[in-house]
Ligand binder design. Structure first.
Ligand code: ASP
Ligand code: MG
Length: 401
């Protein structure tokens, strides 16, 4: 079997953790498997490097930031290979350049284009454990790029896809994917299996266990994933196309505080206004999420929507600049809101999920400001201060003890 194993920063935070991971990988290797290990940078290294960059230059070049960040994964992979060597097992660390993992040119948010497999295959044939730097790639200028925070998961899935791996295991400091964040909802349960679509909704909503692009890629290439703990042998969560859990109406509840609401008041109630507003934002790469348009009155209407909190100021500035073109009377921004969502593939065939969610929020005395739905998700926007109470209330409503 060819196994891809990915370990996150907390799993390789120090020497003890690195040796622990080395031993887990060696176990698989000694059973005769080909083992490819993808690593994140040790502990909080990436955060530290980013702080260092800001300290040297408050507005550093993105190319140089990627050059710097890529060192984090080179450190962890080299040390891992040294640990394996000390344990008497042949291994080799490889970075994006040595393998050649080609990406788009966008620094800080690059996407894989093509990954060469020759070097990895060659090392595996020589019975080495291959240890690969997560998170990084090479662009057409032969510069190092990074894939966005949490991107090592995507490296692991991409490698599993191109190598046609038999298994892709994502190791982290929790035992799998939970029905809610256990730090907020103490009776949250581990989910044995979840579909790609559900996982994608949860990952996009800020359940930080998997990078959302890794889930997209796993779905596209049919790579079955297992998310599990690097600290014990508990069975994790399997992420795949279809699950046998149709009876589970709601598989998880997620919250997202990285949101702000923008309200555009008094625009003309004529065709083309919404297009103008969202086109202006799309041109600046600003992602818009929940959208609400009021019923027109006296020839005008209001349009409100959410954006990521980091984009809120820029969004307001753009709209203010084009205020007359979009016929707006007033623009308001509120960044003390948050999203609560329920996700479940079972919703598609079961009506009533929305009303049960609203009932739970009503009973908890929480006011809903906006609502959005997809086939397998219902999201409400509420005041940020209510978010943890809301998560518990909604979780209790759908997930029995
Ligand atoms: N080290 C990178 C980060 O912290 C990538 C990763 O851990 O997945 O974002
Ligand atoms: Mg991660």
């Amino acid at each position: 079997m060819l196994i891809v194993k990915k370990f996150g920063g907390s799993s390789v935070a120090d020497k003890e953790h690195i040796y622990n991971v080395a031993k887990r990988c060696i176990e698989d290797y000694q059973k005769g498997n080909d083992v490819v290990v993808v690593l994140s940078a040790m502990g909080k290294t990436t955060d530290r490097l980013l702080e260092m960059a800001k300290d040297f230059n408050p507005n550093p070049s993105k190319r140089e930031v990627d050059m710097l960040l890529a060192t984090g994964e080179q450190t962890s992979t080299a040390l891992m290979s040294m640990a394996m060597g000390a344990l008497g097992v042949p291994s080799v660390s490889l970075n994006a350049f040595q393998i050649t993992m080609h990406t788009s040119s966008r620094y800080g948010n690059a996407r894989f284009k093509k990954i060469d497999t020759q070097r990895i295959r060659h090392e595996l044939e020589n019975r080495k454990i291959v240890i690969v730097t997560g998170f990084q790639g090479i662009n057409k200028y032969d510069d190092l790029t990074t894939l966005g925070r949490g991107g090592s998961d995507t490296t692991a899935v991409a490698l599993a896809a191109v190598l046609h791996a038999d298994s892709c295991e994502i190791y982290t400091d929790v035992e799998g994917v939970y029905t809610a964040d256990p730090r907020i909802v103490p009776n949250a349960k581990k989910i044995p299996e979840i579909t790609y679509d559900e996982m994608l909704e949860l990952a996009t909503l800020g359940a930080k266990v998997l990078h959302n692009r890794s889930v997209e890629m796993a779905k596209k290439y049919g790579v079955q994933l297992v998310v599990r703990s690097s600290l014990n042998n508990a069975e994790g969560t399997i992420v795949k196309e279809e699950t046998d859990m149709e009876s589970m109406l709601v598989s998880g509840v997620a919250i997202d505080k990285n949101t702000a609401r923008i309200a555009v008041f008094g625009v003309k109630d004529t065709p083309g206004i919404a297009f103008k507003i969202f086109d202006l934002l799309a041109r600046k790469n600003i992602n818009v999420d929940v959208i609400l348009q009021s019923i027109g009155r006296e020839g005008t209407k209001d349009i409100s929507f959410t954006v990521a909190r980091d984009d809120a100021e820029e969004t307001v500035a753009i709209l203010e600049e084009h205020k007359s073109r979009i016929t707006a009377k007033r623009i308001e921004m509120n960044d003390t809101v948050a999203k609560v969502s329920v996700v479940g593939a079972g919703m598609q065939s079961n009506p009533g999920v929305a009303s049960r969610m609203f009932e739970a929020l009503y009973n908890a005395g929480i006011n809903i400001r906006m609502i959005a739905t997809s086939e397998i998700r219902i999201t409400v926007l509420i005041n940020e201060e209510d978010v943890e109470k809301a998560m518990r209330a909604v979780h209790d409503q759908f997930i029995e003890d």
